[in-house]
Design a protein around this ligand. Structure first.
Ligand SMILES: Cc1cc2nc3c(=O)[nH]c(=O)nc-3n(C[C@H](O)[C@H](O)[C@H](O)COP(=O)(O)O)c2cc1C
Length: 181
């Protein structure tokens, strides 16, 4: 069962939980995947409620979004992810592990997108990507570039932990809390 919520009324929960880690979920070519994010923006763009996620191009999540530009966001109601969900979704790649199977997650089909939400992490946004853009490495402040994008602009290039982020602007098409039946 889903209890519909007003996304803007949920903003406090989302923005407080974000730096500790929430989930961005994707589904493409028959594979569900979930990744921890600590960065994001919730606001209004082009008159629409939008959640922006920052995904390094090295992530499996990036590949998934390329194939199917929809995602769900899962936020724990107490603002803190279960430690095992945090570990698996925040350090393992969907290239190597079926994270939902590893964790025994209960996937709940989306209403407006083809990506499910997660019953165990119940506050949910459904998002359709309406715009995307790569960060411009040259426009970044040098201290941030050196700390987070090491190797940018050099012949060697960055390793997988230092590739640029792509910004995916997801129009929020539904917002709810998944409740027990
Ligand atoms: C607290 C925390 C916040 C994170 N935030 C982001 C983020 O905003 N963007 C990103 O690309 N990776 C972020 N990561 C790293 C990914 O969660 C991690 O690399 C994950 O294993 C990628 O999974 P995937 O390859 O299945 O997409 C974060 C990790 C942690 C632990």
């Amino acid at each position: 069962m889903k209890k519909e919520t007003d996304v803007r009324a949920q903003s406090n929960l989302i923005l407080q939980a974000l730096p500790k880690g929430i989930l961005v979920n994707t589904q493409a070519a028959g594979r569900f995947n979930s990744m921890v994010i600590g960065w994001g923006m919730l606001g209004t763009v082009w008159g629409k409620p939008v959640f922006i996620t920052y995904v390094r191009t090295s992530r499996y999540t990036y590949e998934q979004l390329e194939k199917n530009p929809e995602f769900t966001v899962s936020i724990p109601l107490d603002g803190k992810l279960d430690p095992e969900i945090f570990r698996v979704c925040g350090s393992l790649s969907g290239r190597d592990v079926h994270k939902d199977e590893e964790l025994g997650l209960t996937l709940v089909p989306g209403d407006t997108v083809s990506v499910p939400g997660i019953k165990e992490v119940p506050a949910t946004l459904e998002c359709k990507v309406i715009y995307r853009q790569m960060l411009d490495g040259n426009a970044l402040p040098s201290d941030i570039r050196e700390r987070l994008y090491k190797g940018f602009g050099t012949a060697e290039g960055p390793d997988s932990e230092h590739e640029l982020h792509a910004m995916f602007y997801g129009e929020v098409t539904a917002s709810y809390v998944i409740e027990d039946q």
